[in-house]
Design a protein. Sequence first.
Length: 155
Amino acid sequence: MWPGDRAVLVGSDDRGPVELPAALPAPEPGDLGAFLAEPHPAAIRAASLSAIAPQLRSVAPGIAYLTADEPVETPWLTWFAVEEVLPLDVRVLRGWVRKHRVGTVEIKKRGVEVDPVTWRRKLKPSGPNSATLVCTPTTAGARAVVCRRRMVTRN
């Protein structure tokens, strides 16, 4: 990082550019909360994650997914409500997909050896429902977090 480096979102909302300082220590890892967040790539590249909000924690050391008990309104994060936490095992996930009649599966991953295209085929999705699976290491080991995208509204 160079002196003065930062993450900048231009045109993210009506307030104009939004900036975060760069080269900060990563948020402390902690237990998975009720919400999981995917940070904007600019915040990840600038090492700005801990500047987003003090209550955020990483799901595991070195992993850029964040978690909290309540979502924080910020243009830097895409929030997901955690519905279930399952073992990172394709057989377990295939049974879950079948039981919940999931026909559309979005698979996100960081820090684990999962190929979303191959796993989607192995899960054999079929049905009217949809789900997002976030495959990631956590402080409790590798997990598949079943979640739903959540919009955070302004007060």
